[in-house]
Structures are given as structure tokens and as C-alpha cells.
Design a protein around this ligand. Sequence first.
Ligand SMILES: *Cc1c(COP(=O)(O)O)cnc(C)c1O
Length: 399
Amino acid sequence: MNSEDFQPNEQLLLRAVELLTSPENFTSSEPLPAKLPEVGIGSMNALSAMFDDVLGKSRDLGAPGFFAHMDPPTPAITWAMHLWTASRNQNLLHPDTAPRARELEKLAVDWIAPWFGMSGGHMTPGSTVANLTAIWAARESGCRVVVSGTGAHLSIRKSAHLLGMEHRIIDDWSNTGDLMNAVAVITAGTTSTGEIEPLDAASDARWRHIDAAWSGPLRLSERHRHLLDGIERADSVAISAHKWLFQPKESAFILFADHETAHKSISIEGAYLAVPNVGVLGSHGTIAAPLIAMLLAFGREGIAGMIDKSMSLADELAALVMAHADLELRSAPNCGVLCWRHKSVSADDIKRNLPDDVMVSSTTINGEPWLRSVSANPNANPAKVVAGVLQAAEKAQQQ
Ligand SMILES: *Cc1c(COP(=O)(O)O)cnc(C)c1O
């Protein structure tokens, strides 16, 4: 390795783009060695060696048969930003190393926060960390107990555990008991079924956090933002940008109604730091750049259009399921999350027999397994997904 290897190598980068855009023209070399080498093979060879594992063997989340998890395909403009931000490697922890990157994150936060009635916040690598950050701030404000609904994400239990707080599950938001010392975590769009818990619940809680990891971006859509009415009265909101904002991982927001007070309560100073370190992260990259670039490219309108389209695809899938005698729909889609099943073949057997180009996920509701389809892929073809599931059922029944 020498100093030239830190310079932009045009030949290498163009080759990387060529492999990305025309993977079919490349036959991959040997599999990666199980033991990583003492002596290197050079950057160009390393690129070829990585092709199969990084590009070849990845699932295409934007393929028409993929109607499964909360992971979206990402627009090409965001890939370009990841190339650039990796090349510059700014660290938002140190204003010296990141004179503009810190302002880019503020620009992104200032754009998104008002949609949720929040004053500001910061970016995190996911809503797991966003939820942890919110519950930490809540604890600093005097909360001792975390309460959440039955559908809360596992990161809530994890956060309570890490922060040494008691965690209570609330079966019924209209009957919570005393919440004077509690942070109430209300889920807007549960991970399993997409259900929106009552956003005005727990009005007497010391702190109200709304976990909108999946559904948050609905706020950008004229047609769907009413689904999250009331979110603007929360003390904090978590949103994953790497879910319904089509961002590459890892990208999310923690937003606060009063971010100055909240940030102060979760800041720690260090002798080597010019500014206090806010929140859970230490070193932190320019994760706002891809989001800002996408916004510049398509505007709020363009992104909302993609979210609306995803919502319509969930309706289309629901209609196809309802129209087929062998299929059963659990309920109308919630926030683009659909639970459905085959009447005589189990979700596990379906998943085992799906054709390679079709993917659905699964979940257990009241002890019963269901197929689950999340509309994170605006290029999904619901008819192809239904056909794939019926084909899998037939195959399973013949076994
Ligand atoms: C996905 C999800 C999370 C966790 O978010 P990550 O970005 O995966 O860390 C938290 N809450 C809900 C409701 C989710 O759907």
C-alpha cells in the first residue's frame, strides 16, 4: 500500500461502475479465500474478487417479485453520494474535520423536523439508536419507567435494559395507570402489522416518544399525512430514513420537540473535543448527503409520489389476495404492511418453496404464522408476488 492508493483511481472507479451497471458481462473468479491474505492482490484484483459476494449474491430489493421487508431499493443518486462521502471521510464529531458536513446534517434535520412538529434533533444509524437516544433523554428528564404497547419494536426493551429502566407493556392505551415517571413509547406503524397505536395516548406521561421508524415518511404525503395526525404533540419522534425514505443504510433521525434541552441532557464533554458529543454515537459520517441529494433531485413531491405509489401497491396486493379463494387477508393494509396467508399451506412451507425471484416475509400474530408483505419496493408487481405464492403452495402440496 502506498500513498497513491489514497488518490482517486479513475480506472478502478470506472471499473467498479462498469461491474455495477453490466454485471451480466462478468464471470466471477474464485470464491473469496476463507483466510484473508498476508500479501495483497492489488486494488483491481480485489475489486473482481469482491464482485460476487457484494453484487452477485445480493438480493435485488427493487425486483418486481420483492414485496417483503422494510428494506427499500435506493436511487442511484444516493450511491454517488456514498462514493463521495467515503472518499472524504468527514467526522461530524470534530468541526475541524467536517466544516460543511455538520451543516448538511442540520439542513436535513431542519427540513424533516417541522413535518413532525419537532424543533430539531440529529441523525443516527437507525431507529434502534434513535429510540435508545429518545429514552435516554426521557430518563434524564426524570423518567424511571418505560411503557410501550404490545407491538413495540424490540429496540424499546433493549433500550430499557441498557438504561437500567423498568419496562412495562401496556395492553390497552386507554387504561395505562399512573405515568408520572414514565416515558410512553407509542408505535406509529408496528413492525409486524403496521398498526398505528393511538398517537394521543398517555397524555399524562412525563415523556411521550413516538416510534415512527417505518411510517414516518407518510407525513410527507398530502394524501396520507393525516394518518399520523397528533404526532406533532410528542416529545420525541424516531424515523428510519433507510426504510421508507429510500436511503442506503445506515440512516435515521431522532427528533425532539425541544431539541436544545434534550441535546444538552445527553451531551458529554471531552478534553479533545471542540464541541460536546451529543447522543449515543462517537465518530459520525456525512449520512445526510445522500438524503439531501435525493431531495434536490426529486423534491418532497417526488418522494411523496413514491410513498403514495407504494401505498397503492399494498392495496393492489390486498385486492388480489381477497379475490383468490385459496388466500386469506388478515386485514386491510396498515401503512403499507399487509398480513396474508394461504388457507391450506403454512407460511413456512410457502417461504421454503418460493421461486428465487419472489420474496415475502412472515410474522406471528397471536401465535399464528402469517405471510407479511411490506411495500418498501415501489417497483413491486403484486400479481407476480401472488403468482409466486400460489406456485409455492402447489409445490408444497405435491411434496
Ligand atoms: C425497523 C423498526 C425499528 C428499528 O429501526 P432500525 O432502523 O432497523 O434500527 C424500530 N421501530 C420500528 C417500529 C421499526 O419498524
